[in-house]
Structures are given as structure tokens and as C-alpha cells.
Design a protein around this ligand. Structure first.
Ligand SMILES: C[S@@+](CC[C@H](N)C(=O)[O-])C[C@H]1O[C@@H](n2cnc3c(N)ncnc32)[C@H](O)[C@@H]1O
Length: 201
């Protein structure tokens, strides 16, 4: 599988827009996801660990999963994350982890996964009973959030309609699905970013 983030990984953490989004999403997760010290947490599409870094010091266990080895290499180089975040470079939709979690978080990764129904089922399967999700991504957009335009490689969704997404996750078995607005990216127009919260019964 080719690593679509290889080039971007080098200066991912220098991108002001990326930093603003991850700070806002991290804050929203801390405010709304009911984090507990005993939680075992999975970050789906963790990238360089910008979200993990905010959560790992507050929980028992943190696992970062991503299909980009170059993004995870950047994460592994951060001294503050060494020893408190474990990385896994694998596609958990094809090859599930053997572990189950109390909470799954994700920032801006869902639009890179073609089959959202399969993703919802996979995340459900990675949760313990009572486990929660806190997933952030773009609201439905015009295709121009990515500066390279609507045909950006590896981008399968131009954001998500909240109601339709909630329906898909309900079909996968999630309950108590609700949304918060975590951030608004201001470019030639506004691009809101939601945080979808839900629970496995
Ligand atoms: C826009 S980046 C966001 C990275 C990080 N969450 C952040 O907020 O900085 C999207 C990430 O999702 C990862 N990704 C794409 N498809 C994935 C999949 N099927 N499983 C796990 N990670 C995936 C990419 O490799 C990339 O690191």
C-alpha cells in the first residue's frame, strides 16, 4: 500500500491550520467524551500524534493506529509520547486489533476511508460494551477544503452530512449519537468540523 502522507508527514506539525484543528478537536474530546483515568483509548488515523498527545497523559493506555508509517514515525520521535503511546501501522478494517477499548477518538481521518459503513462496524467491534466514540471530521463541504481541490488522492468524502452519518453509525449498533461543533476552519468560506459522540450498548 502506498503511503499517501509520506511527504506531508515531514512538516505536518508545522502547519498552522493542522495545529489549530487538532487543538480544537483535542479540547472538544476533553470536554465531551467523558475521559476517565482508567480508560484504554484508541486513536484511529492518529498521524503524528497531535490528538494522542493531549489524551495520553490523562488515561491508562493509548494506542495510535494509522496506515501511514511515515506519520507514525513522526509520532514515535516525540520524546513526550515515548512510553505512553503504542503505535500500530495497520488497516484495522482488514486486520482488526486483538484488543478492545473504552474510547475511540479520531480527527480528520474518516474522510480518507472509502467505506464508512465498514468503518463504523470496525470501530464498533473494537469497543468494549459501554465503550464510546468521539470522531471529528468535516461537515459536508464543497470539495475545496483540501487546497489541491476535489480530486485529492485518498480523499473519498467531501465531509459528511451529520444526519446521514448518524444513520450509518446507528445501523452499525451505536446508540446515543450526538454532535458538537469542535471548530470552524476559515478559508474562502467556513468549514465547520463536528465531533460525533456515541456509545456501544
Ligand atoms: C488528515 S490526517 C489526520 C492525522 C491526525 N489525526 C491529526 O489530526 O493530525 C489523516 C490520517 O488518517 C490516516 N488514515 C487514512 N486511512 C486510514 C485507515 N484506513 N486506517 C488508519 N488510518 C488511516 C492517514 O494515514 C493520516 O495519517
Amino acid at each position: 500500500m502506498s503511503d499517501l502522507f509520506e511527504e506531508k508527514s515531514r512538516d505536518w506539525d508545522q502547519n498552522e491550520r493542522v495545529l489549530a484543528i487538532s487543538r480544537a478537536v483535542g479540547d472538544a474530546v476533553l470536554r465531551h467524551a467523558g475521559l476517565r483515568a482508567e480508560d484504554r483509548v484508541l486513536d484511529f488515523g492518529a498521524g503524528t500524534g497531535l490528538i494522542c498527545g493531549q489524551i495520553a497523559p490523562r488515561v491508562q493506555r493509548m494506542v495510535a493506529v494509522d496506515i501511514s508509517q511515515s506519520m507514525l514515525d513522526q509520532l514515535a520521535r516525540k520524546p513526550e509520547l515515548q512510553g505512553c503511546v503504542e503505535t500500530r501501522c495497520q488497516d484495522i478494517l482488514d486486520c482488526p486489533l486483538e484488543e478492545r477499548f473504552d474510547l475511540i477518538v479520531s480527527a480528520m481521518a474518516m474522510h480518507h476511508v472509502e467505506d464508512t459503513d465498514r468503518l463504523a462496524r470496525s470501530l464498533f467491534g473494537h469497543l468494549l460494551p459501554g465503550g464510546r466514540i468521539a470522531l471529528a471530521d468535516l461537515d459536508a463541504e464543497d470539495g475545496y477544503f483540501h487546497d489541491t481541490g476535489p480530486d485529492t488522492e485518498g480523499v473519498y468524502h467531501h465531509g459528511f452530512d451529520r444526519e446521514e452519518l448518524a444513520q450509518r453509525f446507528a445501523e452499525a449498533g451505536f446508540e446515543d449519537i450526538r454532535f458538537e461543533t469542535a471548530h470552524v476552519v476559515r478559508k474562502h468560506k467556513d468549514y465547520p468540523i463536528f465531533l460525533m459522540l456515541a456509545r456501544r450498548p
